[in-house]
Design a protein around this ligand. Structure first.
Ligand code: URA
Length: 433
């Protein structure tokens, strides 16, 4: 079969068959299809879209492109949770242990951050000694023993996605529903959990800027998972302002610990309880997500989530004392407050802009494999709806280079829009699929 025929068929709006998609993905994985043809194919998909059936086939071909994980020897319904990516999203660090405390086995493979959105693996590496590269057997054994393990990818999972994602990143073809859904779901299906909870972010700090688009992406991913025999649910959640107050690796670990102690920011705590409730339902520990949420609230109040996080840190070689003494986490050499220049209410905090500023403090990367500063980032002092007086702190910048922080301060100030009246409150969970 000629790859050029697949490209022209898609360019002209045709629907590809299973054989054509399988052949395309096999050729990309094995390096037979040159990058320029893959890029042309991706651009054709970007403009023409794919039917649901083509997206299912693409996901399945990508899932089969490498190793797949078999978790069937771990008792119970293993539940994975995936966020489509946002600013300040440290939910796995809190909802993972809380769900595990409710008896839901959590076997989670996570990634590093790229661009404005952070990655769970970078955050965990802010804990001194914490190992994020578990071998497959160790990963499985830890889930069996303590109910949770979070690792960077083990084995050669979905190599087709790695190649395709790297090309999408540099050809302007990331923001396509079928490409996003197949990329995320091929990895979720390959990593072997029985159920997947999707946290589809919506707003200025997310791929999906409006609720309609987010709903469509959620619907498509849920349908892909169900067609592959997995239990699925999706929450569509607000990402129009950063999640919680902390953006940056060590800062976010600290906030996750505070939250598991019951003293986290209200919006983040709310999200953690909702996610944990839905995971408890998917894992068969609660009759419905609402009961699951109540159970999560109770477990949080009893400190069970913190205890489970401590067990996980110990199991993965990290310094568990950070949960009692956060000053053991990396601390930035420089801090610079950013103050309001006018009085009023915080009407909007542009999440993407905060994410970009945080990245530029050193907390994130522009290029894959770039070194990051685990202590750097942004701590918000005000959130949407808060009142602020002229001269009061809006946020604090952290990093190792004071002059760099001074350069970033105006962009961070511009991320806040201050108005005379308070904005209407926005719920954390915008919809459920
Ligand atoms: N996360 C992924 O893994 N893939 C995408 O395409 C977008 C977000």
């Amino acid at each position: 079969m000629d790859i050029l025929d697949c490209i022209t068929k898609k360019r002209d709006g045709g629907a590809l068959s299973r054989r054509e998609i399988d052949e395309m993905i096999r050729g990309i994985t094995e390096g037979e299809v040159p990058d320029y043809q893959t890029a042309a194919f991706l651009m054709a998909v970007y403009f023409r879209g794919m039917t649901d059936q083509e997206t299912f086939l693409l996901t399945d071909a990508m899932r089969r492109s490498g190793d797949t994980m078999d978790l069937s020897d771990i008792p119970g319904l293993k539940v994975d949770k995936h966020s489509t990516g946002g600013v300040g999203d440290k939910a796995t660090l809190a909802a993972g242990p809380l769900a595990a405390a409710l008896g839901v086995p959590v076997a989670k493979m996570s990634g590093r951050g790229l661009g404005f959105s952070g990655g769970t693996i970078d955050k965990l590496e802010a804990i001194p000694g914490f190992r994020t590269r578990l071998g497959e057997e160790e990963f499985r054994e830890q889930v069996r023993r303590i109910g949770i393990a979070v690792t960077g990818q083990t084995g050669n999972l979905t190599p087709a996605d790695k190649k395709i994602y790297a090309l999408r990143d540099v050809t302007g073809t990331v923001e396509n529903r079928s490409l996003i859904a197949s990329s995320i779901m091929s990895k979720k299906l390959a990593s072997g959990s029985d159920a997947v909870l999707l946290d589809v972010k919506c707003g200025s700090g997310a791929f999906m800027k409006d609720l309609g688009e987010a709903r469509e992406l959620a619907r498509l991913m849920v349908a892909i998972g169900r067609s592959a025999g997995r239990k699925m649910a999706a929450l569509i959640t607000d990402m129009d302002q950063p999640l919680g107050l902390a953006v940056g690796n060590a800062l976010e670990v600290r906030e996750a610990i505070d939250t598991l102690r019951g003293s986290g920011p209200a919006d983040f705590t709310e999200l953690v309880l909702e996610l944990t409730g839905a995971m408890a339902f998917l894992g068969g520990r609660a009759p419905d997500a609402e009961t699951g949420r109540k159970m999560a609230g109770q477990a949080l109040a009893e400190g069970q989530g913190l205890k489970k996080l401590q067990e996980m840190i110990l199991a993965q070689g990290g310094d568990v004392r950070v949960t009692e003494d956060p000053s053991l986490l990396p601390e930035a050499a420089c801090a610079l407050p950013v103050r309001a220049e006018e009085e009023g209410f915080v009407n909007r905090i542009d999440a993407m802009a905060v994410g970009e500023v945080s990245r530029d403090t050193g907390a994130g990367r522009r290029m894959k494999d770039e070194e990051i500063d685990l202590s750097a980032g942004v701590l918000l002092r005000r959130k949407r709806g808060d009142r602020v007086r002229k001269g009061q702190e809006l946020a604090v910048l952290f990093g190792s280079d004071a002059s760099r922080l001074a350069e970033l301060a105006p962009s961070l100030r511009r991320a806040f829009s201050i108005t005379e009246t308070a904005p209407a409150p926005v719920p954390m969970v915008l919809d459920r699929v």
